[in-house]
Design a protein around this ligand. Structure first.
Ligand code: GAR
Length: 185
């Protein structure tokens, strides 16, 4: 069984879909949910699935505390599902081609520092784009630039608001992220 760790900073709706999916998988198992936010709702979701949780500060992550924990738990793959801190290079290098991120836009559009969550959907709306979507990619030392594994698009109409765009994007994420992880591992 491949051991997965999910890193998330917020609500964790993607983490929930992944935990749900891997409850019935013969390939992988979610062994840890880790967050830099002690009050993130993702930690509640993990408890409901009886998945162990771990919290850490940015400073601790930079000092190697998270890497030590991932090694102690014998984690094979790291899944970033709404994780909003930049991952230190030594942590990325410890999981070569075994760390995957989901981004709520069609990279290379709307990527890079500061482009996360609602900011992405506001930028899509402001630009008047006719479509947006999701990108699932491997993580390397350059923000949002790792190898793209999967993309899916959805239309944006003039009536859409950043909130309704977010809903469409979340629907794509929930539909595809678990199965893309399953096929990757
Ligand atoms: C997701 O839409 C994910 O793509 C985005 O944060 C949201 C987390 O939602 N990630 C980024 O913006 C990373 N740059 P969730 O907590 O409900 O899964």
């Amino acid at each position: 069984m491949i051991r997965l760790a999910i890193l998330a900073s917020g609500s964790g709706s993607n983490a929930e879909k992944i935990m749900e999916h891997f409850q019935n998988s013969s390939k992988g198992h979610v062994a840890l949910v880790a967050s830099n936010k002690p009050d993130a709702f993702v930690l509640e979701r993990a408890k409901n699935f009886q998945v162990p949780t771990f919290t850490f500060t940015k400073k601790e992550m930079e000092a190697g505390v998270l890497l030590d924990k991932l090694r102690e738990e014998k984690i094979d793959w790291v899944i970033l599902a709404g994780f909003l801190l930049k991952i230190p290079d030594d942590l990325i290098r410890a999981f070569p081609n075994r760390m995957v991120n989901i981004h709520p836009a069609l990279l290379p559009k709307y990527g890079g520092k500061g482009m996360y969550g609602a900011y992405v959907h506001e930028a899509v709306k402001a630009a008047g784009d006719k479509e947006t979507g999701i990108t699932i990619h491997l993580v390397n030392e350059h923000y949002d630039e790792g190898k793209i594994i999967f993309q899916a698009a959805t239309s944006v109409t003039p009536e859409d608001t950043p909130d309704s765009i977010a809903q469409k994007v979340h629907a794509l994420e929930h539909r595809y992220f678990p199965e893309v992880i399953e096929s990757l591992i």
